[in-house]
Write a protein that binds this ligand. Structure first.
Ligand SMILES: Nc1ncnc2c1ncn2[C@@H]1O[C@H](COP(=O)(O)OP(=O)(O)OP(=O)(O)O)[C@@H](O)[C@H]1O
Ligand SMILES: [Mg+2]
Length: 583
């Protein structure tokens, strides 16, 4: 009931359409019973010899009118429920998008974008079809049998009891027809397993073609199909006995009724009553069966909103412990410091352990370290994506735990490892970083980010639509434009996470030039494993397995015999291997 209330709330103004649909569906169920009522009346009257042409016409018109108006009201009811259904679907999507806007950035580290879309889409359309189709059907399937049973009881209580008994037996058998719950769980698990194996299969086809290997490598997919087939069979078999008995019970009922009648003295009233019961009894059971089938959708629809909510629950933005409504406008021009910061994503492993460092404003700090050493985690903590760390992080005198993610993000630009451009024009993509940027500012930013040659190559320059007419930018080109976005943004602090990762040597030197220009304007934190940029840095922080093992300038670090020197040595070795390859 609580969830139904929520669906009505989500329908907003359109909830009155839903109420209208419920009333009209009930009316339609009543109208559709008129033919049965007419037949009953005609038989009763005919036994009393009171059927004239006019009487026939009257009841004929009543029956026909009932059917016609019953169909019309049902269509109007469906139209109203669809209006409400579409509104509910739209509002659930809106709700999902609003949640996405509010949710912490940490959410996107942990959830696949495909899965997020599927959860919102599936549950929105499930709720739509429940509201649009199932609600009118449920109303009809409940109102119909109630009226039919009521009238049967009025005609003859014995038939009433008989039908109630049959309905109870049938409902019991229907429950049995749901099969063995254990088999059902296995069946659902096997279905899930087969679905995920099929996704892996589709993703893997390109690889299979590349290596020209037979499809039999997808043993897991094959096994999942066989397993699913087995459980589908087991489950169906577990339901077969109840199914067959139920069919027999339903078919036997009219026979039973006729048999009962034959045992009694058949007067006209009895005959009319029996015939009416015979005609309508099958309706009762059929409508109740419909309710049972709709019941499954009901459960799913009632849980749909919870499922959307549950997806977000783990990553609600932690409200600042001590909320600061105003922060000094130039606070981000101050130093950024970590004081004994320890953090783990989960209880299993510590991602950062007792980290302390100071980052000077308007200087470049480069963070280096092996994969998984915690570099990106440092960035995620600075942007406030996770607040459950111990220790303290300051920007100036402000502890960042006291700021909301939005407050922080308006002073920090984070170009992540996975930054992507949208399928819009390049200009629109750049304007995301600063919607008010003038043409002059954009030109300057392009120049500073060394992107002029990149734009000149494109057919329509800044107006070129990405993703259209076969125009796609390489990973490196996209990263260069991301750097341009960093120049355009008003944030004083910029974090670049592996922006040179997918860049060739020629692009790399341009990128380095751009990065050093950026360092002159902003507090720049560069996460990089190529170790070329470190020479220009005011400070290099060396991470290893979640610990800050060394810090200093490139020169200082090289003069020590530590981790950094070891990294440089290994890096140079790989460079030489590359040079030696052709010899
Ligand atoms: N969302 C997450 N949930 C759980 N653990 C995570 C998550 N993100 C990262 N980790 C773990 O935290 C540790 C540090 O990860 P991080 O992404 O900071 O490494 P990194 O130094 O940036 O590596 P790379 O150079 O590969 O980007 C790793 O052991 C990683 O497995
Ligand atoms: Mg990383």
């Amino acid at each position: 009931m609580k969830n139904l209330r929520r669906i009505l709330d989500i329908a907003g103004d359109h909830s009155k359409h839903l109420y209208g649909s419920i009333i009209l569906s009930a009316l339609s169920a009543i109208l559709m019973l008129f033919p049965y009522f007419s037949i009953y009346q005609l038989i009763t009257l005919s036994s009393a010899g009171q059927v004239s042409v006019n009487v026939l016409k009257k009841y004929g018109a009543l029956a026909l009118g009932g059917i016609i108006f019953g169909i019309i009201t049902y269509f109007v009811a469906l139209w109203l429920s669809h209006m409400a259904g579409f509104r509910v679907e739209k509002n659930i999507r809106k709700y999902g998008i609003n949640q996405l806007l509010k949710i912490s950035l940490s959410f996107f580290d942990n959830e696949e974008s495909g899965a997020i879309r599927k959860t919102i889409d599936d549950n929105a359309s499930l709720t739509h079809s429940f509201v649009a189709h199932n609600i009118p059907d449920i109303v009809r399937s409940v109102v119909g049998p109630v009226i039919i049973l009521g009238s049967i009881f009025m005609i003859n209580w014995f038939y009433g009891v008989l039908i109630v008994a049959i309905v109870i037996v049938s409902l019991y058998l229907l429950k049995k027809m749901m099969g063995n719950t254990n088999d059902m769980t296995h069946y659902m698990d096997a279905l899930d397993e087969m679905n995920s194996a099929s996704t892996e299969f589709i993703r893997g086809i390109a690889l299979v073609k590349l290596f020209a290997v037979p499809l039999t490598v997808f043993k897991k997919f094959r096994a999942s199909i066989t397993n699913y087939a087995q459980w589908a069979l087991n489950y169906s078999f577990s339901a077969r006995r109840a199914y067959v008995i139920n069919q027999i019970v339903l078919e036997l009922f009219p026979l039973l009724l006729v048999f009962t009648l034959s045992k009694r003295a058949m007067n006209a009233d009895h005959f009319a009553g029996a015939l009416f019961c015979l005609l309508v009894s099958s309706q009762v059971v059929l409508l109740l069966i419909k309710v049972m089938y709709i019941g499954e959708n009901l459960t799913l629809a009632m849980q749909a909103l919870d499922r959307v909510d549950n997806m977000f629950v783990k990553h609600q933005t932690t409200p600042p412990s001590e909320s600061l409504s105003t922060i000094p406008a130039d606070f981000a021009n101050d130093r950024l410091s970590f004081e004994n910061v320890t953090f783990s994503y989960d209880s299993k492993k510590t991602a950062l352990e007792n980290i302390s460092f100071d980052i000077s404003p308007q200087r470049m700090t480069v963070i280096v370290g092996a994969s998984g050493s915690g570099k990106s985690t440092v960035a995620r903590l600075i942007i406030g994506a996770y607040k459950n760390y111990t220790g303290r992080i300051f920007i100036g005198k402000t502890e960042i735990k006291n700021l909301t993610e939005n407050q922080l993000m308006s002073h920090i630009t984070y170009v992540s490892q996975n930054s992507r451009l949208f399928s819009r024009s390049i200009l629109e993509n750049l304007q995301i970083a600063n919607p008010n940027a003038s043409t002059q500012q954009i030109d300057q930013a392009l120049k500073k980010a060394c992107c002029e040659d990149l734009i000149a190559k494109l057919p329509k320059g800044l107006e070129t639509l990405l993703g259209e007419d076969g125009i796609y930018l390489s990973g490196g080109e996209q990263q260069r434009l991301a750097l341009c976005q960093a120049f355009l943004s008003a944030s004083q602090i910029v974090i670049l996470d592996e922006v040179t990762a997918s860049i060739d040597t020629e692009n790399e030197s341009q990128m380095q030039l751009a990065i050093s220009k950026l360092a002159a304007e902003k507090t720049l934190i560069v996460i990089d494993h190529k170790l070329k940029i470190t020479k220009d840095a005011a400070q290099v922080l060396v991470f290893d397995q979640g610990k800050l093992v060394e810090s200093g300038t490139h020169k200082e670090l090289v003069s020590r015999n530590g981790k950094y020197r070891e990294m440089i040595r290994m890096h140079e070795q790989t460079q030489q291997w590359k040079l030696g390859e052709g010899k």
